[in-house]
Design a protein around this ligand. Structure first.
Ligand SMILES: Cc1cc2nc3c(=O)[nH]c(=O)nc-3n(C[C@H](O)[C@H](O)[C@H](O)COP(=O)(O)OP(=O)(O)OC[C@H]3O[C@@H](n4cnc5c(N)ncnc54)[C@H](O)[C@@H]3O)c2cc1C
Length: 299
């Protein structure tokens, strides 16, 4: 298709970007890596005439730590996240997800803020952010607010972001050393595939007793969800096959999937059970991934 003329604004500071957005509001569409926006413009899903290019705003690209948290700037690219010693050490579950996003080309351009902005229930960075109890910082001219990740999405492609706000930072809780984790993604092929079902989990164990379990599921409801009933059922119990069956069943029951070209609703429910069962079974048998500060987990 022939592109219509599009004006691109490329501010060199956050203040300038927020000023432009406050003037133009929804007429101006933020763009970071463009891996979603450009596809949507090409397909005619977006008919934007003006884009706010965030690539030259230095204040939005960083990975920092505080005592208990990691702070990731919105335009930080997947490649940078994969290579970050801080993310590898303290939130390796995010690395597990990011390495399964798209392809090297997509990881070289795509940003974590863009994944949140697209608000797809199949966005792969999102299930880890749910179990990391993340918050999203939204900033506008003269103010900012923090939104918990489970309050950020309103439905497919819908978020609480207002037209004059930018996503500027994602804050993640550091994982506890010794905790186990998984991110599993089921797609139609191994690269460049949208998730049919995805799941992220963090589990704290005291010998074989579950201190806590955090479970989130992607692509099986209008937004990513936490499987809270499954989490509550597991807490304080012995990790054994019977419990794994109950937890996987509760997680599957928490889903509200749709049927689409990638899979039926029924398949998604069954796949959720299977993914959770297998992930927890591996941990029970001693093959799970464990958080060890200072050790590069994957990459
Ligand atoms: C071939 C291909 C494969 C892909 N595979 C995967 C995959 O496996 N898993 C997956 O999750 N995704 C996948 N994607 C989708 C996409 O790469 C990701 O969603 C990516 O994170 C988008 O980031 P971006 O910086 O390119 O976003 P952009 O396209 O620049 O923007 C996406 C949306 O977010 C908004 N936005 C961006 N930054 C901000 C900000 N700072 N503040 C407010 N709004 C903002 C934009 O306005 C837009 O609505 C794939 C895409 C392609 C083309």
């Amino acid at each position: 298709m022939a592109y219509e003329r599009i004006e691109v604004y490329s501010p060199h500071s956050l203040a300038e970007a927020l000023e432009l957005l406050s003037q133009k509001q929804e007429a101006l569409r933020p763009i970071a890596g463009g891996t979603d926006v450009m596809v949507m413009i090409k397909d005619g899903v977006l008919k934007e005439k003006e884009l706010l290019n965030l690539s030259y705003v230095p204040e939005l690209n960083y990975i920092k730590e505080t005592e208990n948290k990691l702070l990731i700037g919105a335009t930080t690219k997947y490649r940078e996240i994969r290579r970050s010693p801080l993310v590898n050490a303290y939130t390796p579950i995010l690395i597990e997800a990011v390495r399964q996003i798209g392809s090297p080309q997509i990881q070289n351009l795509g940003t974590i803020g863009g994944n949140l902005g697209t608000a797809s229930p199949a966005g792969d960075s999102i299930p880890p952010l749910f179990v990391l109890n993340s918050t999203v910082k939204l900033q506008k001219l003269g103010g900012s607010r923090e939104v918990q990740i489970d309050k950020f999405f309103l439905g497919p492609r819908k978020t609480v972001r207002q037209p004059d706000e930018l996503i500027t930072e994602i804050s993640l809780e550091k994982m506890e050393p010794g905790s186990y984790y998984f991110f599993e993604k089921l797609g139609l092929r191994s690269a460049n595939a949208i998730s049919i079902v995805s799941a992220a989990g963090i589990i704290g164990l005291e010998k074989t007793t579950i201190k806590y379990l955090r479970l989130s599921l992607g692509a099986v409801a209008p937004t990513v969800i936490r499987a809270t009933e499954a989490e509550e059922e597991a807490t304080g119990k012995e990790l054994n096959e019977n419990l794994i069956h109950v937890v996987a069943k509760l997680a599957s029951e928490a889903t509200k999937p749709i049927t689409d070209i990638r899979g039926t609703a029924e398949y998604r429910k069954k796949a959720t059970y299977g993914i959770i069962y297998e992930a927890l079974y591996k941990i029970m048998k001693g093959f799970g991934k464990k958080v060890e500060y200072g050790v590069e987990n994957t990459g």
